[in-house]
Write a protein that binds this ligand. Structure first.
Ligand SMILES: Nc1nc2c(ncn2[C@@H]2O[C@H](COP(=O)(O)OP(=O)(O)OP(=O)(O)O)[C@@H](O)[C@H]2O)c(=O)[nH]1
Ligand SMILES: [Mg+2]
Length: 492
């Protein structure tokens, strides 16, 4: 209670103090301003106006700078950097010369060339399962035979249909499998197909969900035209349709999206009444209302016919670049694993050849150093000997407390093989070095992959983490290697 009272008193003093300081500041500021004004009045006209203009320019500049800093960055039509075809092809050739597997990328470029030569506009239908993508295509091209299915998941493969639009444009309509149906790898295939086309029609059969909104955003990032087709609006009243339209227009007000509310038909159940009063439930095709979509598509094509191909090409280049980066990464990882494997074998066999293994496990500097250098060279990361030494040193420090455990696990790994008999210390050490070098190499790989440079301390921590992972299975792996080598050397 007392403290509470004291605190209030202190607070009151604080408030008084701040009030006095503030009043003093106001007095001084007013005085200075008035003084300054008096003096300015005495200046000649041109000096007076020059001074005022200078202050005004400075104030406006500060205001402009503040607003610019606070304003959100402008919406960019395409998030991806423009890639030149020439540079991309050069990068591809360099990767191929190294041995990177680029078959999928070459295929992508081949498809692009074919589509360019054919000169047709590719329109892909993207969206969740059973939203009516196939039904829309069927409504546009009544002669095309498309399976539509009430249970959803009816389109399992990508199908293409040629459609001549009312104004004579040759379009290829691509029917894609539904989004959530297309699990895992197919999802990627569907996404890529949407990227390859010039116009994407995003089909939904209700208000846009969060996932769908994100899907649309990721498609927009490629900078290509997206039409959102809200299908099955026959289920809504006229008022509901208009409310939905307004709501979606607002949702996408900042984006360049065309909206079409349609009904692609599908089938409806009706009750047929016969003359004799008999009733029967029958399925009847619903009359499609898709003019709004056909018009939106036509407007999109007419308004930017020239740029459609450029936009498509640019987004395919982004796709190619992404695939190339992935292929390079996979290649590097594989090569990195080979380096680790070879260095580990060297360390294991080196330990087997040593006559007295001692009781400690010392990271063999020469092999370790060479391994790190080779991995860094593969990742094109410059590295100093000093950093390599530090990394090996720190790793040795991390290893200290784990030595008894590693030796024990290595011993158990060897004993798992029948007929091993009494274990020579050298063999246990050799298996231990297998475990250690494997973790060491993988720590360097992981660090370069994640950080892009070899930082000794974090890399050594990663080493410690990896050392504890899969200890037993690694022990068995290297025990097998050691025993096979042992058998071979006895046979000689
Ligand atoms: N009420 C109503 N139902 C429709 C409409 N259009 C399609 N359907 C029904 O929706 C269901 C799915 O239609 P599909 O065309 O197979 O849908 P999809 O998007 O191609 O489906 P997946 O290929 O499996 O992703 C079918 O039962 C259609 O009859 C429509 O305008 N209104
Ligand atoms: Mg379908």
């Amino acid at each position: 209670m007392k403290i509470h009272h004291k605190f209030r008193a202190l607070l009151a003093i604080g408030v008084l103090f701040i009030a006095i300081v503030f009043l003093l500041f106001v007095f001084f500021a007013t005085q200075t301003a008035l003084d300054l004004w008096d003096r300015l009045q005495q200046l000649s006209d041109w000096l007076f106006y020059s001074y005022i203009s200078l202050i005004a320019v400075f104030a406006l500049f500060t205001l402009w700078l503040t607003v610019r800093l606070l304003m959100p960055t402008k919406f960019h039509k395409s998030k991806h950097k423009k890639l030149s075809e020439e540079n991309l092809l050069k990068e591809l050739e360099t990767a191929e010369a190294k041995g990177v597997d680029t078959d999928a990328i070459r295929q992508e470029i081949q498809t692009l060339t074919e589509r360019r030569d054919a000169g047709q506009v590719y329109v892909s239908f993207f969206g969740d399962v059973s939203t009516g993508k196939s039904s829309i295509i069927k409504a546009l091209i009544p002669d095309a035979s498309i399976e539509t299915n009430v249970r959803g998941g009816s389109t399992q493969e990508i199908a293409e249909y040629t459609w001549q639009s009312p104004s004579g444009d040759q379009l290829i309509l691509i029917d894609l499998p539904g989004r959530s149906e297309a699990a895992g790898s197919l999802d990627e295939i569907v996404h890529d197909e949407a990227v390859r086309s010039q116009v994407v029609i995003y089909v939904t059969d209700s208000d846009i969900t969060r996932n769908q909104y994100e899907d649309i955003q990721s498609l927009l990032q490629y900078g290509k035209p997206v039409i959102v087709a809200v299908n099955k609006v026959d289920r809504y009243s006229k008022e509901e349709r208009e409310a939905l339209r307004e709501h979606l227009q607002q949702k996408f007000s900042k984006q360049n999206i065309r909206l079409a509310l349609i009904s692609s038909g599908g089938e409806e159940e009706v009750i047929k009444i016969y003359y004799d009063g008999r009733e029967e439930k029958v399925l009847r095709a619903r009359n499609p209302e898709i003019k709004e979509l056909a018009d939106a598509l036509q407007t999109e094509i007419d308004s930017q016919f020239e740029t459609l191909n450029q936009l498509r090409d640019a987004s395919v280049f982004v796709l190619v670049k992404q695939k190339l980066d992935q292929a390079k990464q996979a290649y590097r990882y594989e090569q990195g694993q080979n380096i680790v494997k070879n260095s580990t074998r060297k360390a294991v066999f080196g330990a087997m050849a040593a006559i007295s293994p001692g009781t400690d496990l010392l990271i063999q500097g020469v092999i370790g150093s060479l391994m790190v250098k080779d991995i860094c060279k593969l990742y094109e990361v410059p590295v100093r000997q000093l950093d390599i030494d530090k990394f090996l040193d720190f790793s040795q420090g991390q290893l200290k407390h784990s030595v008894p455990l590693i030796l024990a696990v290595a011993g158990n790994g060897l004993k798992a093989f029948p007929g091993v008999g009494t274990l020579a210390g050298g063999l246990v050490h050799a298996v231990s070095y297998g475990i250690i070098f494997n973790a060491l190499g993988n720590a360097v790989l992981k660090t370069l992959e994640q950080r892009g440079s070899l930082q000794p301390a974090p890399a050594a921590l990663t080493f410690k983490e990896l050392l504890g992972e899969n200890l037993e299975s690694n022990a068995k792996l290297f025990a097998r290697l050691v025993l096979e080598r042992e058998v071979k050397s006895k046979e000689k």
